[in-house]
Design a binder for this molecule. Structure first.
Ligand SMILES: NC(=O)c1ccc[n+]([C@@H]2O[C@H](COP(=O)([O-])OP(=O)(O)OC[C@H]3O[C@@H](n4cnc5c(N)ncnc54)[C@H](OP(=O)(O)O)[C@@H]3O)[C@@H](O)[C@H]2O)c1
Length: 252
């Protein structure tokens, strides 16, 4: 590793598993001190222990982002405390992806999905981006999805939240970019994670028709996230980066 994030601090939400964990591992490997978050304390402690065993600097904040503003504030404050007073990089990764026919969603699922996927990102950024600007700059990475580029039956609720996230990237880029805070989206395609294990067979079948011919692996997000978080991406603002093995542009 090249120490591209030496001296940086990072908060990655939903990072005890899946893509968030891969991002946290990649950041730590490049020298960042990383705060992981999730609801399950035991799983989180094990992820932090594994990361520390490789020489990385990591800490855990346990919080349920379904709780909205209070949880976002708690996570931001704890992260700042653990990271020595400042968060240089925020990755709004925590997300849930319930799939069902539109008529089958209940209000609780609707609200929970918007709260975890959008509201938590909104209030974490509201709390941390101004502080980044005050410290001379920072980075916000939002997790979008390829589902925003086309209609997908069963995904109306999830896709709407991810479209909102992509919109927030552009608005925040306009709002905070001039103050030194770069905001971008990573939009993954079909990636095998703890969250997609149940539908793994379906994912494999869908991915078979892409140029890559397979679903993504969580760790494949690492290099892109590191690049966007690093000074190498100093001129990259308000963009969305697709990481999907070609699913969006070139199926056969
Ligand atoms: N995997 C894909 O194919 C794919 C594709 C496109 C976009 N994405 C996006 O990438 C992000 C990560 O997806 P993933 O597949 O890595 O998910 P995952 O494997 O299910 O992991 C989700 C992470 O978020 C945490 N989390 C879930 N609900 C939470 C809540 N209410 N409060 C706090 N933490 C919570 C989980 O920990 P706990 O369970 O302990 O809370 C876990 O650490 C999501 O935003 C997703 O929409 C994924």
């Amino acid at each position: 590793m090249n120490g591209r994030l030496n001296g940086k601090t990072a908060l990655v939400t939903g990072s005890t598993k899946g893509l968030g964990r891969a991002v946290a591992n990649a950041f730590a490997a490049e020298g960042a001190h990383v705060v992981l978050t999730g609801r399950d304390k035991a799983v989180g402690e094990s992820a932090v222990a594994e990361l520390r065993a490789t020489g990385g600097r990591a800490d855990l904040v346990v919080a349920d982002l379904t709780e909205g503003l209070s949880a976002a504030r708690h996570v931001a404050e704890e992260a700042e405390r653990l990271l020595g007073g400042r968060v240089d990089i925020l990755v709004n990764n925590a997300g849930v992806f319930p799939l069902a026919a539109t008529a089958d969603f209940d209000e609780e699922t609707y609200d929970r999905t918007w709260t975890v996927n959008v509201k938590s990102a909104f209030f974490l950024t509201a709390r941390l981006a101004p502080a980044m600007a005050a410290h001379g700059g920072g980075v916000v990475l939002n997790l979008g999805s390829i589902v925003t580029s086309h209609g997908l039956a069963g995904s109306a609720l999830y896709s709407a939240t991810k479209a909102a996230v992509e919109s927030l990237t552009m608005s925040w880029s306009a709002e905070y970019g001039p103050q030194g805070v770069r905001v971008n989206t990573i939009a993954p395609g079909l990636v095998l994670t703890e969250g997609t294990t149940e539908g793994a067979e379906h994912l494999e079948a869908m991915a078979a028709h892409t140029p890559a011919g397979r679903p993504g692996r969580a760790e494949e997000i690492g290099p892109l996230a590191v690049y966007l978080a690093s000074d190498d991406a100093a001129y990259v603002h308000g963009s969305s980066f697709t990481l999907d093995g070609g699913w969006t542009t070139a199926r056969r």
